[in-house]
Design a protein around this ligand. Structure first.
Ligand SMILES: N[C@@H](CCC(=O)N[C@@H](CS)C(=O)NCC(=O)O)C(=O)O
Length: 371
């Protein structure tokens, strides 16, 4: 029997999250592009929207969205990639949000603002998503013209390039210090947080020509983590005597990870706060009917970080992911909540426990809809 199909491309941020999960969970799959006629005729009509990743299971069931794909397999295997201890569980779910939403600005900036290094590479890959009987070059160029705007949408405008690059290089330095000590975020086994973080760190920041050179020059071990996340075996040979497949004992959150989180808070907190306020004002005004499809973004929110002013797309999806972390937090006993609150306070991240939308969303027929 054929294994299930992952519709993706090496160029895709969110496909990188689902792919790394399938690889690490040992789930057989074959990956093909959306240029495939079966995708267009059979899968796309069931996929809710045209975004990737999408999987078609062997029984024909279609699941769109990286988080939903992972959730499907985690539910059927007993959540083997979510640590069971409270602090590690919450930190893991938080890194899912940070990776899936919080690093889009550097990801888009480095992809689209270094055309001399990246253009030919991107043109080839965008072309592979277009059926061969069409004018690949022309259609790839048209798609790229649309996508180029993605940097601007997430706040990468020329006056902010220096701040974005400084923040990212500092992020790399902190992450490098962490993966010098531990193969994954929480020890010797990848978790949901690693799968979130690989989303921007693979296709955009660890594979495009400009950014991969930067990573290889400045953060050798982060580059190794990116490789490791795409290999079926634990791939932790350089960590002498490390036992594979264990999260750190005693619910430890290593100091290196705390430093990394403290750095991430610098733009993650102001951006998430501004996005919550913006989307909540929009919800009050629009009051969408329950069941209305949720758009990717509802407008540009404004916030400050390190003296720079940013305008970035306010995306409800960030709060869907955040609510998964908040729900897990709420279900813990009071003493454990207290210990997590203290941990997040020490990183400047405690506010993310409270930032919520006035309305929730859920997936219906593979689409996000307002409750
Ligand atoms: N929430 C989705 C987002 C997926 C997404 O935005 N994928 C991008 C490629 S990385 C895409 O397909 N964009 C084109 C579109 O949305 O039509 C997920 O996590 O899978």
């Amino acid at each position: 029997m054929n294994p299930m199909t992952l519709y993706g491309t090496p160029l895709s941020l969110y496909a990188g999250k689902a792919r790394a999960y399938l690889i690490k969970a040992g789930i057989p799959y074959r990956e093909i592009t959306v240029a495939d006629p079966h995708y267009r005729e059979v899968v796309l009509p069931q996929a809710g929207t045209g975004s990737i990743p999408v999987v078609e299971l062997t029984d024909g069931q279609v699941i769109r969205d990286g988080t939903q794909i992972i959730e499907y397999f985690e539910n059927s295997t007993g959540n083997t990639f979510l640590p069971i201890t409270p602090r590690q569980k919450i930190v893991s779910l938080l890194f899912d949000v940070i990776g899936s939403e919080g690093l889009l600005r550097p990801a888009m900036h480095y992809r689209w603002n270094y055309p001399e290094e990246n253009q030919a590479f991107l043109t080839f890959h965008f072309g592979t998503n277009i059926p061969p009987n069409m004018d690949r070059q022309k259609l790839a160029d048209a798609t790229m013209d649309r996508m180029r705007n993605a940097g601007v949408m997430f706040g990468a405008t020329p006056e902010n390039f220096a701040t974005i690059e400084r923040l990212y290089e500092e992020f790399l330095a902190h992450f490098e210090a962490h993966v010098a000590e531990h193969p994954y975020l929480l020890g010797n086994r990848p978790s949901i947080g690693d799968f979130g973080l690989i989303a921007p760190m693979y296709a955009h920041l660890g594979r495009d020509p400009y950014s991969v050179s930067l990573m290889q020059a400045k953060a050798i071990r982060v580059f190794r983590w990116v490789e490791r996340m795409n290999r079926g075996e634990p791939d932790i040979g350089e960590f002498d005597g490390a036992e594979p497949d264990r999260y750190l004992a005693d619910d430890e959150i290593p100091e290196t990870l705390i430093f990394l989180m403290r750095h991430i808070a610098k733009d993650f907190v102001p951006e998430t706060t501004a996005a919550a306020n913006f989307i909540n004002a929009w919800l009050d005004e629009q009051n969408p009917e329950p069941g209305t499809p949720v758009e990717r973004g509802v407008g540009l929110c404004e916030f400050e970080c390190e003296g720079a002013s940013f305008k970035a797309l306010a995306q409800p999806y960030r709060f869907y992911l955040l609510s998964r972390m908040q729900d897990a937090f709420e279900s813990l006993p009071g003493a454990e909540q207290e210990s997590i609150r203290e941990l997040l306070e020490s990183c400047g991240l405690a506010e993310v426990l409270n930032l919520q939308l006035n309305r929730t969303l859920h997936f219906k027929n593979n689409r996000e809809v307002w409750d």
